[in-house]
Design a binder for this molecule. Structure first.
Ligand SMILES: Cc1ncc(COP(=O)(O)O)c(C=O)c1O
Length: 484
């Protein structure tokens, strides 16, 4: 196993190593990666980095020791609240990302229900199947029952009638998205707000992806449904700065309609021997770097700058969506309401298309089928991608044709075998063998179509078990002889 080096190494050597480790990463700087990175361009990047480094070592744990961090957070929360049409009552906190914001919203709902609905013993949260997986993670962490509700099969938006039917006497929270990650559509938040009010429930709007950009799209004339705090019944909203505000990673905000609700988020502990612990968020010690970088980028672009970025992205998304529909063999899964496009094929294996695109130098994201949503390819259109739209389309056409011709190993037999198994009983060794048969032995596979196709066809609990074993192996300690 790798040990701490005996002697310290030079800065040059260290930086060279760090650079070399990135060789196999997706090449996001080129603008040919359509996921994961929200690139604001080199000028903004410089400002973000300097701000981040300036606050790298300041600790957000204690606002009395670092009032600068408190000041930055209060400013960011205010900007977010006004962007999302909140009034003076709206409060919130800066968090490390969408998942932390969602975890906090769900934990707050649980503790609110403990205070206001004490008779509920097994609290439930009602989620459209399109709600981000972070809500199921939160339910898992905080011992709540997630109730998954099918969405409209053509628009992929939450269906208020089905949501209503899923409400029981144990329900504490409803969830809607603006936009959903998979399909890029806005749930009917007004109807969900009415539903929440009728039943005396909380309603969280997950605007991690859309909260920042959608108001700009609306100002540009796009038909964006209301999802913000002016909608009656909305009690909390999460919005990520590290997505379409282009902040450095580790930047999101969770907002509540009132401080009365937010109090359930805060954890305090005076029953130990150390410093008094008061944590509004999940993290305790935290660098103020992401906070400073988010504050910096909002000030760098300003409202006008963001509107311009939004205009570029909106035009490119519309063009791309129309052109994808014209490619024989492809169709859009849903009509995009922001800049996320999900498309699929009824003729060609989409996972083969993803691999073919990779060969041609693109990263596009595969999504497995679930809950009436067919397997598909997902594109997030960023400012850095805009100049590549026509090149992407040309390679997409070629990739569809190449995928038509490609022979894929037949996994039918393996699948038949797998479907008859009791997944919980299988040893990790047997699961590893199955992964190897599907082309994902040790390490990271180059071509993913066979493994994606297999996962796509398995029951979700089987896919989850396989992936757990795989990741449990992937994150093993580095061996001494492993050199970059
Ligand atoms: C709609 C939505 N909610 C939540 C999240 C989770 O955000 P994060 O990856 O920052 O934890 C995402 C991430 O893409 C998202 O799209």
């Amino acid at each position: 196993m790798r040990r701490i080096p005996t002697r310290g190494r030079s800065k040059a050597e260290i930086l060279r190593d760090l650079e070399s480790f990135r060789a196999e990463d997706v090449d996001w700087r080129s603008g040919r990666t359509w996921a994961y990175v929200y690139d604001p361009g080199p000028e903004a990047e410089e400002v973000i980095k300097e701000a981040y480094m300036m606050y790298l070592s300041e600790n957000g744990l204690d606002p009395t020791a670092f009032p600068s961090a408190l000041h930055l957070e209060r400013e960011l929360v205010a900007m977010a609240a006004s962007h999302l049409r909140g009034d003076e009552n709206v409060v919130g906190n800066f968090t490390s990302g969408g998942t932390e914001s969602i975890l906090l919203a769900v934990k707050t709902a649980r503790d609110w229900a403990r205070a206001h609905r004490p008779h509920i013993r097994e609290p439930e949260i009602v989620l459209p199947v399109t709600a981000h997986a972070a809500f199921q993670k939160a339910a898992h962490y905080f011992c709540l029952k997630p109730v998954l509700v099918p969405v409209d099969p053509t628009t992929f938006k939450a269906d208020p009638e089905r949501m209503a039917a899923a409400i029981t006497e144990n329900t504490i929270l409803l969830v809607g998205s603006a936009v959903s990650y998979a399909h890029g559509v806005v749930d009917p938040i007004r109807e969900l707000g009415e539903l929440a009010q009728r039943h005396g429930l909380l309603l969280h709007v997950d605007a991690c992806m859309g909260g920042f950009l959608l108001p700009y799209f609306r100002r540009l004339g796009a038909p964006v449904p209301d999802f913000e705090f002016h909608v009656p019944g909305v009690t909390s909203i999460s919005m990520d700065f590290h997505k379409y505000a282009f902040a450095a990673k580790g930047a999101s905000v969770i907002l509540y309609r009132s401080p009365e609700l937010r109090q359930y988020q805060i954890f305090t502990c005076a029953t130990w021997t150390g410093y008094t612990m008061i944590n509004p968020t999940v993290q305790s010690t935290k660098s103020a770097g992401p906070l400073a970088a988010a504050w910096a980028v909002l000030n760098f672009f300003g409202d006008e700058g963001y509107l311009e970025l939004a205009r570029k992205v909106l035009e490119a998304t519309r063009y791309l969506a129309r052109e994808i529909e014209r490619i024989p063999g492809l169709r859009l899964l849903a009509e995009p309401e922001m800049n996320l496009i999900a498309f699929t094929s009824d003729e060609v294996n989409v996972f083969q298309i993803v691999d073919e695109m990779k060969v041609r130098g693109w990263y596009v994201q595969p999504q497995l089928s679930f809950g009436g949503s067919k397997e598909n390819i997902h594109l997030s259109v960023n400012p850095a991608n805009v100049k590549w739209v026509d090149a992407l389309l040309a390679d997409l056409r070629a990739s569809v044709e190449a995928a038509r011709r490609a022979q894929m190993e037949d996994i039918g037999q393996l699948r038949e075998m797998l479907l008859g198994l009791d997944w919980q009983q299988l040893s990790p060794e047997m699961l590893r063998n199955m992964l190897a048969v599907a082309g994902a032995g040790s390490g990271l596979p180059q071509r993913m179509a066979a493994i994606s196709s297999l996962l796509n066809q398995l029951p979700p609990e089987a896919a989850e078990r396989l992936l757990t074993v795989y990741f449990n192996d992937l994150y093993r300690p580095a061996k001494e002889q492993e050199r970059a």
